[in-house]
Design a protein around this ligand. Structure first.
Ligand code: ZN
Length: 255
């Protein structure tokens, strides 16, 4: 048995991880909706839990409270933010650091860094926004992709594959995502209750390639594309990474 996240062998530290975190299911979820779990090692499970907790507060306190897709989420996130109902004192320290983390990331509304579902309503200006750090979001999205690939297609994503992810932000035009929306419109929809909408498709010409569309609480939407790494593309990515560092170093020493 392998851990689906780190791909290492699970010996006696097996734990079942919820693909979509258990707390993230809205109150409107019917009882017969199955809550996906996957085999994971305890180390990955604990690491991901910290990220999920932080994102839950960050996104949960900003959702539209009266939407069916996120009923009860805002209240739950606010309770967590202010430590209401904290029974286990060992978890308190972690919650305090989560709270500080979220608070330090509050900023002015930025259409490029705010998800489409969190954009302010028309006529509202100068809104404070909770911005999502790229790294946290990336780890969380990758986790959803790995879990869904395992649940729907029964396979792991090895290191020879790359996961590309696109998020719909407030400023994007419909044109930017026309290509991905077109694929999504033909993909199979998987029902996980009103909170989550998952679409999955396999490339008929290259069955090792898969495509996903995730929608969380009707607020956050992203597309994922899983494909085998190509040597040329990896080299180009590595070069752009190096270039970025050279430019940054140059800027730092020049000014
Ligand atoms: Zn693991």
């Amino acid at each position: 048995m392998k851990c689906i996240y780190c791909l290492k062998k699970i010996k006696n530290n097996r734990s079942d991880d919820h693909v979509f975190p258990d707390a993230w299911y809205p109150d409107s979820t019917p009882a017969n909706v199955q809550r996906w779990t996957v085999p994971a090692c305890r180390k990955c499970n604990a690491k991901l839990q910290v990220i999920e907790d932080e994102l839950f507060i960050r996104w949960g306190i900003c959702v539209e409270p009266n939407l069916e897709a996120c009923r009860g989420i805002e209240a739950k996130a606010l309770n967590r933010q202010f430590f209401l109902g904290v029974k286990d004192p060992r978890r308190f320290g972690r919650k305090l650091s989560t709270f500080n983390n979220v608070r330090s990331n509050m900023g002015q509304y930025d259409p490029k860094r705010t998800h489409k579902g969190f954009a302010p309503k028309e006529g509202v200006r100068g809104t404070l926004a909770v911005l999502t750090p790229n790294k946290t979001r990336r780890i969380f999205s990758e986790k959803l992709v790995r879990g869904t690939e395992y649940k729907l297609l029964g396979r792991f994503i090895p290191w020879t594959k790359r996961i590309n992810i696109w998020y719909e932000m407030a400023e994007d035009t419909d044109k930017d995502y026309a290509f991905w929306r077109d694929i999504a419109s033909r993909a199979k929809t998987v029902s996980l209750g009103p909170g989550f909408a998952v679409k999955c498709a396999i490339n008929p010409n290259y069955p090792e390639q898969s495509f996903y569309q995730f929608e969380i609480w009707g607020h956050i939407k992203f597309f994922a594309f899983v494909h085998t790494k190509s040597f040329k593309r990896e080299l180009l990515l590595f070069w752009s990474f190096i270039k970025w560092h050279i430019i940054n170093l140059y800027k730092r020493f020049r000014f």
